[in-house]
Design a protein around this ligand. Structure first.
Ligand code: GLP
Length: 249
C-alpha cells in the first residue's frame, strides 16, 4: 500500500485526476470503477477540465459505479445516478451505453447483482477502481461486519452512515436504509485501486486502514492485501499516521 499525502483537498483532487487521466491515456478503453460522496467531487471537476482543455477523451471508457441507494428514484437529486451525471458523465464524451450504475429499483436484486458482476467480468474486469472511505472505514457501502462480502449485493446501512449521509437530505428520516453495493471481493478484483480521503474526520479510519489489523470490522483494512493500491489523502486525513508510512507529494 502506497500512501501519498497532499497539502490540501485541491492538491489531492489534482493528483487523483492525473492518476485517472494517465490510466485513460495509456489505455483509452479502460474500465473504471467509480465512487460517489463529497470527496471525489474535486477530482471529477479536474477531469472535466482535462477533457475540455487537454483533449482527454472518455469515448472508449467503460465505467462501473460502486453503489446506489435502494428505493430512491434515479431522478432524485441524491441518487448516485444524478451525482455521476452532474459531476462527470454529462460533461464529458462518455457513451451512455458504457455507463453502469447499480440500479436501486429492480425487482429481483439477487439476479440483478449477478448480472452486474458478470458484466464487469465480461468487460475484462476493472482496470482502476476509485474509492472514498466512510468515517467507519466502509468502502462502497460495505459496512463493518463479521465477514467480507464477495460480490455485489443488497446491504443495510449502519446508523453512523445514515447520520453522515443525512447532510445531503432534508432530514435523517429521508436517507434510504438500504443500498446495492459492489462487495469487498468485487473491489479486490480490480487491477488497481486509488482511495481518496480528506479531512480530520477520516483520520482514524485512515490510520486503521494503513496500520491496523485486517478485519471485516474495518472494511478498508483489506486493501493491505491488494498488490496495487494507492491512498491519496490530504494532511488532515493523514494526521494520525506516522511520517514513515507515507510520502509527501
Ligand atoms: C458514501 C459512499 C461511499 C463514500 C462515503 C464517504 O457512503 N457510499 O462510497 O466513500 O460515502 O463519503 P464522503 O466522501 O462524502 O465523505
Amino acid at each position: 500500500m502506497k500512501v501519498y499525502v497532499c497539502k490540501n483537498y485541491e492538491k489531492m483532487s489534482a493528483f487523483a485526476a492525473n492518476y485517472l487521466a494517465a490510466q485513460v491515456i495509456i489505455k483509452p478503453n479502460s474500465v473504471l470503477g467509480l465512487a460517489t460522496g463529497s470527496t471525489p467531487i474535486g477530482m471529477y471537476k479536474e477531469l472535466v477540465a482535462k477533457y475540455q482543455n487537454e483533449g482527454i477523451s472518455f469515448k472508449n471508457v467503460t465505467t462501473f459505479n460502486l453503489d446506489e441507494y435502494i428505493d430512491l428514484p434515479k431522478e432524485n437529486e441524491n441518487s448516485y445516478y444524478t451525482f455521476m451525471h452532474e459531476n462527470l458523465f454529462d460533461k464529458v464524451d462518455i457513451k451512455e451505453e458504457n455507463i453502469n450504475i447499480p440500479d436501486g429499483s429492480v425487482e429481483n436484486f439477487e439476479v440483478y447483482s449477478k448480472e452486474f458482476e458478470n458484466k464487469i467480468q465480461k468487460c475484462g474486469g476493472i482496470d482502476l477502481q476509485v474509492l472514498g472511505i466512510g468515517n467507519n472505514a466502509h468502502i462502497g457501502f460495505n459496512e463493518p461486519g463479521d465477514t467480507f462480502s464477495n460480490s455485489t449485493s443488497v446491504v443495510e446501512l449502519t446508523e453512523s452512515t445514515i447520520l453522515a449521509n443525512s447532510r445531503f437530505f432534508e432530514s435523517e428520516d429521508e436517507v434510504p436504509k438500504k443500498a446495492i453495493s459492489m462487495g469487498i471481493g468485487s473491489i479486490m478484483r480490480a487491477k488497481k485501486i486509488i482511495l481518496l480521503a480528506s479531512g480530520k474526520g477520516k483520520a482514524e479510519a485512515i490510520h486503521k486502514t494503513v496500520n491496523g489489523e485486517v478485519k471485516p470490522g474495518v472494511p478498508a483494512s483489506i486493501l493491505q492485501f491488494h498488490r496495487d493500491v494507492v491512498l491519496v489523502i490530504d494532511e488532515d486525513a493523514a494526521s494520525l499516521l506516522e511520517e514513515s508510512s507515507y510520502e509527501r507529494v
